[in-house]
Design a binder for this molecule. Structure first.
Ligand SMILES: [Zn+2]
Length: 78
């Protein structure tokens, strides 16, 4: 009999600010903050998240609840 998968493995959760304490901006090595945008019904009521650098103002996307900390994926906000 196969055992049912455990929820901890199969259920993805949103990032929390505590997750970012281990991460730094790949460009300037400064700390990051999590930004939650409005809940978007077309995305299944999942609030989309972005990660902002506290120093260089780059904004990184979060894809499938994984932070994409790549300099060439960052959006520079003025
Ligand atoms: Zn930065």
């Amino acid at each position: 009999m196969p055992t049912p998968p455990t929820p901890e493995i199969t259920t993805a959760r949103n990032l929390t600010p505590a997750d970012l304490q281990w991460l730094v901006c790949p460009v300037c090595r400064e700390s990051l903050t999590l930004t939650e945008s409005e809940i978007q019904p077309e995305l299944g009521n999942i609030a989309s998240q972005t990660i902002s650098c506290t120093s260089c103002t780059r904004t990184y996307p979060v894809a499938d609840k994984l932070p994409v900390l790549l300099a060439d994926r960052a959006a520079l906000s003025k």
